[in-house]
Design a protein around this ligand. Sequence first.
Ligand SMILES: C[S@@+](CC[C@H](N)C(=O)[O-])C[C@H]1O[C@@H](n2cnc3c(N)ncnc32)[C@H](O)[C@@H]1O
Length: 223
Amino acid sequence: MTESTDQDVNGFHYFRTQVYANLSGGEKLSQVYDNWAEYYTKQTGSVGYSGPANLAALASDVIRDKSSRILDAASGTGMVGEELKRRGFTNIDALDPSQGSLDKSKEHQSYTEYICDTLDEHQTTVPDSHYDAVVMCGAFGIPGHVSDACFPELIRITKPGGHIMITMSTKVSEDWNDKLEAAIQSHVQQGSWEVVDDRWITYHEHDTINEKAKVPILRVVKK
Ligand SMILES: C[S@@+](CC[C@H](N)C(=O)[O-])C[C@H]1O[C@@H](n2cnc3c(N)ncnc32)[C@H](O)[C@@H]1O
């Protein structure tokens, strides 16, 4: 665990306020993450952000083959990818609209490809059925970030039989989580994926905070 200083904690609150001031997303939000990139990993660590490490641990439970091709979607500075690499995975790509965050993540050399793009209703340059698994931490449920609009794209880029794992924090509004659950079920009904399991991870733990996240484990069935 990173040692916490007042400066880190204050820095974290400063940047989080900037994120919340740009909840319409787009270029301005990416600029906030570009500016935060240098400090992000240390500052979020100093306030007990453990979602990335715990999502990687869960993914490592589900994905048996260490050479599986994995996309860390909304990768930020690469906290999930770094932990997957530490657990022996060798074939991980990063995708994020913040070029500054992608550049910062190059320092730990966890990724093969760096894709600067958003996930939403548009089609990325990723080929069809490219990944064995897609993992995403900390991007669902914050307005202006990632919504269920990207589910068809996640399904398109994942191989049949491959897994998609996304964190859904309990701190996200009930309305938002209800909408996500409905979207997940709608793709179940269309036969695009099945829910293999709903797992829970510790997402954020610090002083009086004990935040969990639900991680549905989705297995792509067909396109
Ligand atoms: C709170 S950070 C989480 C980063 C990393 N996954 C982690 O857990 O540390 C949210 C990330 O989502 C990215 N993001 C925002 N909108 C996005 C979108 N539409 N598609 C993909 N990533 C997006 C941001 O650039 C930012 O890096």
